[in-house]
Design a protein around this ligand. Structure first.
Ligand code: GLA
Length: 380
């Protein structure tokens, strides 16, 4: 990928790049919508991601190109504004440029920029966090800054929240930043505090991407965010992570509106499942980890209502298959992908039989990927 990136950079801009970085996509392992509620979450960086190359310019012109889009987006360093339409992909790097000063970091003035990706887009693997992290690395380096990984992660999330306009938590950027091969990233989102947890041998990830996406997915994500904040307020805490055990049985809990109560129940239980999954991982008990994953999905289905018939079908079919420890929707939900944790004995034949059953039901085949873990964002 790196040589293809350098070659394309030369072809586009007529010179070699000065700085290159790569950041991975991620799988949400467990901890569904817990991040913006101040909770905990486990994710894994994968072996695919976004590469960014950059060369500085003497003038204040910023040129952006992506192998995923046609044409070059040209903007002046004096105007840092959100773009609309076909150029709007450049809001990811532009958002990072806007975020850097918020974290006390300088940004480069003019430059030529190229992004290339081997992450399937729209597969729930967080290509947006990957492009933000890779961009943050090259911009910081171009400005002579060497910030801590945590600062880059925060700047990338800031870009997503305040420039791109998605009220996401820190999961995607945190995992892309702190990922490590054969490990999961554990995030205590309120600190935030990042740690890695070794993956037991014989833990395999399979991703089934349905290519279905609810038309209102951004609005639904924001609605869940709002519902959680309302539930926290009604329970007298800032964030649901602070709701004491038994909060839902208290008088404030019993007075919650039904929707708020369901959302709160999912978040409070899910934070407990993350802790149980970490303990089971440390004990090497993949069957117990898998049980937590499937329980997480059932909670999404019933309490958080961010699953779909397609995702439920895949989880049912997978969990009925030998060698599958557990399965759940991964990411925001409302369509997207299911992740299964399996033993090494689960292979293509098993995956294809689940895909065939799905096709029989829905008339389309999911994309299947036996995904490997990988390292976090870095200059290359
Ligand atoms: C999306 C967001 C994350 C997280 C998940 C749900 O991936 O970007 O911050 O909230 O949904 O857990």
């Amino acid at each position: 990928m790196k040589s293809a990136l350098v070659e394309k950079f030369r072809a586009t801009y007529g010179r070699a790049p000065e700085i290159i970085a790569r950041a991975p996509g991620r799988i949400e392992f467990i901890g569904n919508h817990t991040d913006y509620n101040g909770g905990t979450v486990l994710g894994a960086a994968i072996d695919r991601g976004v590469w960014v190359a950059l060369a500085r310019r003497e003038d204040a012109v910023r040129r952006f190109e992506s192998d995923q889009r046609d044409g070059i987006v040209t903007v002046s360093a004096q105007r840092l504004e959100r773009l609309e339409g076909a150029a709007s992909w450049a809001n990811y790097p532009l958002g990072v440029l806007a975020a850097l000063p918020v974290f006390g970091l300088r940004a480069p003035a003019g430059f030529d920029y190229l992004a290339m990706s081997d992450l399937p887009a729209g597969a729930g693997l967080s290509s947006s966090a990957a492009i933000e992290l890779a961009s943050a690395l090259v911009f910081a380096e171009a400005a002579g800054e060497r910030p801590a990984c945590e600062t880059l992660v925060q700047a990338a999330r800031h870009a997503e929240n305040h420039f791109v306009g998605v009220p996401c938590g820190i999961l995607d950027q945190g995992v892309s930043g702190f990922g490590r091969k054969d490990h999961l990233v554990y995030i205590d989102c309120r600190g935030p505090r990042f740690e890695t947890v070794p993956l037991p041998r014989d833990a395999h990830f399979w991703i089934f991407n349905t290519h279905t996406k609810h038309a209102l997915v951004d609005g639904l994500y924001a609605a869940r965010h709002r519902e959680c904040m309302e539930a926290a307020r009604a329970l007298g805490v800032d964030l649901l992570v602070d709701a004491p055990a038994g909060a839902l049985q208290s008088s404030a809990g019993r007075a919650l509106a039904p929707v708020a109560a369901k959302r709160a129940r999912h978040i409070i239980d899910e934070i407990g499942r993350v802790a149980a999954a970490v303990a089971a991982l440390r004990a090497g008990d993949l069957a117990a980890v898998g049980g937590m994953l499937t329980a997480s999905h059932r909670s999404s289905q019933v309490w958080f209502e961010n699953s779909t018939a397609e995702l439920d079908f895949l989880v049912d079919a997978l969990t009925a298959t030998p060698e599958v420890y557990g399965a759940r929707l991964t990411g925001g939900g409302f369509g997207g992908a299911v992740m299964a944790l399996t033993s090494g004995k689960f292979g293509d034949a098993e995956a294809q039989s689940v895909a065939a059953a799905y096709e029989n039901e829905f008339g389309a085949r999911p994309d299947i990927r036996h995904t490997q873990t990988g390292d976090g964002a870095a200059l290359r």
